[in-house]
Write a protein that binds this ligand. Structure first.
Ligand SMILES: CC(C)(COP(=O)(O)OP(=O)(O)OC[C@H]1O[C@@H](n2cnc3c(N)ncnc32)[C@H](O)[C@@H]1OP(=O)(O)O)[C@@H](O)C(=O)NCCC(=O)NCCS
Length: 223
């Protein structure tokens, strides 16, 4: 098999694909799965989400991946192993403009697909909540860091420098458009990801909270 290669721009199917693999089950320190998803769409069958946490495996991709690639496919970079896409970084250059677009174009369909009243668990209510209000996730420091990102690699690609390369690629693309910085929000349980971001030079924002970490980096940073 050839060495995995970076590519982009990506399609929605490519970036949502890693969510749908059986082996995508990154552990978190508590020993519980971190809520990323198992496969679903390859054979067109709906499956219940991980451990019954979500009614549909499409929910998290519909919140954290699909709208990004629909809105800004030129800021989605994938790692292609030659067999499949096994990782991505996705971003939007202007988080406020993205949230406005989301309200007008993504939210109506999302509301229909995921009625909050039919959520089957607290986890699912939380995930739908994120999908209902993209403005809520925008940090107060957004003027300095207008972009935001999500990054995910299947276990087979982790720990080999692909995360760093994807971030490097993204920062260069954002910098090339004159975007000064990029932020992200993350789960406080994901200590591995926190170590990764800190290692690359991301810093916690003044608005960051221990139960809701928010990190950011300038796009001219050398990662
Ligand atoms: C977090 C993630 C993106 C990191 O990408 P990666 O390719 O595994 O990381 P890299 O190999 O590029 O590592 C870059 C640096 O970070 C460090 N690092 C990465 N993961 C680390 C960890 N879990 N603990 C400590 N350091 C870590 C590496 O040691 C490396 O430092 P070095 O260059 O000095 O050796 C990837 O592991 C992943 O997708 N994890 C599962 C999904 C996830 O948690 N996404 C983030 C959600 S907020």
């Amino acid at each position: 098999m050839r060495r995995p290669e970076l590519g982009g721009p990506a399609t929605v199917d490519e970036v949502t694909l890693p969510y749908f693999h059986d082996d995508y089950d990154p552990p978190v320190p508590s020993g519980r799965p971190c809520g990323r998803l198992r496969h679903l769409r390859q054979d067109g069958r709906e499956r219940r989400g991980r451990a019954g946490l979500y009614s549909s495996d499409a929910l998290l991709p519909d919140v954290f991946a699909g709208p990004y690639v629909e809105y800004q496919p030129d800021l989605a970079f994938v790692v292609d192993t030659g067999r499949r896409v096994a990782g991505y970084v996705i971003s939007v250059a202007d988080s406020q403009a993205f949230a406005d677009w989301y309200d007008a174009h993504w939210l109506p369909g999302f509301r229909e697909r995921y009625p909050l009243t039919e959520a089957t668990s607290q986890k699912e209510r939380e995930a739908i909540g994120f999908g209902l209000d993209p403005h809520e996730a925008i940090v107060p420091e957004v003027d300095r860091f207008p972009a935001h990102l999500h990054i995910d690699l299947l276990p087979e690609l982790q720990g080999q420098g692909y995360g760093r390369r994807l971030i490097r690629e993204l920062l260069a693309a954002l910098h090339g458009r004159g975007v000064p910085g990029v932020f992200l929000r993350m789960s406080p349980a994901n200590t591995g990801a926190m170590a990764f971001y800190r290692r690359l030079g991301f810093e916690e924002l003044p608005s960051s909270r221990s139960d809701a970490p928010a990190l950011a980096i300038a796009t001219n940073a050398d990662v």
